[in-house]
Design a binder for this molecule. Structure first.
Ligand code: ADP
Ligand code: MG
Length: 250
């Protein structure tokens, strides 16, 4: 085959952004020409490469945009270390039906029991399914909302959050939340209520949220909306971080 023809094909594939085909088609064309492939088989193989590459790129982009603190999968989670945690119920969430149903997921429990890991694992699955996902901490989220309120961009900010399929709010409870902050958080939870899923992690159970929020009325209103369609997991076991420390110390 002439170099000129190859250059022409390469050019077309670049314009079409079918870059996955470029390294593949010469060898495949040679195989097809040798009579081993039907036209349709050739086309199917070539397209498959492109679909594979495009999917990989899109998942990678989703993961980057989601700002996960680290990448860990649900498969890496040792459920045997948290026997009280209902493995089946957590694994059921991998189907991501909860995102379709706009339900929330709450992981509650002391530090080190794997709340963030589970949230990240589900977030990775959502990215792979190409949902719009954003991971943030309660503190960062509240700071952002307060700043947006001050500079008059709060509605835009809330709208941006409402467009996500899945919002992860990590570590609610590490910082006390003032009345103004709680009101903003309430607005955010309200705008997503029955419209988009939230995964929230907290080191406090609901009955202790009074310690976190200055304003009990807003706290109850937030809990009310969060919990209405929620899968709540109380993780009561020991810290995985400590487990590794204890092992090393031996
Ligand atoms: P939390 O958010 O509850 O404080 P993390 O999810 O940050 O805890 O877990 C702390 C560390 O221990 C992370 O590196 C996490 O991947 C790991 N980890 C926690 N629980 C498990 C588990 N059951 N199996 C595997 N790794 C775990
Ligand atoms: Mg955590």
């Amino acid at each position: 085959m002439s170099e000129e023809l190859y250059n022409q094909i390469d050019g077309h594939l670049r314009v079409l952004k079918f870059k996955g085909m470029i390294p593949m088609y010469r060898e495949l064309s040679a195989r097809a020409a040798a009579g081993n492939l039907l036209y349709e088989e050739y086309l199917a193989l070539l397209l498959e490469e492109e679909v594979k590459r495009k999917t990989e790129v899109s998942v990678k982009t989703k993961i980057q945009l989601s700002r996960l603190p680290y990448q860990k999968t649900l498969e890496e989670f040792e459920f045997s270390f948290q026997p009280a945690l209902k493995e089946k119920e957590v694994i059921k969430l991998s189907s991501l039906d909860f995102i379709e149903q706009k339900e929330n997921v709450l992981f509650l429990g002391p530090p080190g029991v794997g709340k963030t890991h589970l949230a990240v694992g589900l977030a990775m699955k959502a990215c792979m399914a190409r949902y719009r996902v954003l991971f943030t901490t309660a503190q960062k989220l509240i700071e952002e909302l307060v700043l947006s309120k001050r500079d008059g961009s709060i509605m835009e900010k809330l709208m941006a959050y409402s467009r996500l399929h899945l919002l992860i709010i990590d570590e609610l409870g590490y910082m006390p939340i003032t009345r103004e902050q709680a009101n903003l958080l309430f607005q955010l939870i309200s705008i997503r209520y029955e419209k988009g899923s939230i995964i929230l992690t907290s080191n406090y159970n609901f009955d202790e949220w009074g310690k976190v929020f200055d304003d009990n009325v807003v706290a109850s209103a937030i809990i009310d909306r969060l919990v209405h369609h929620a899968n709540v997991f109380y993780i009561t076991g020991g810290s995985y971080r400590l487990k590794n420390k204890l092992k090393k110390a031996k």
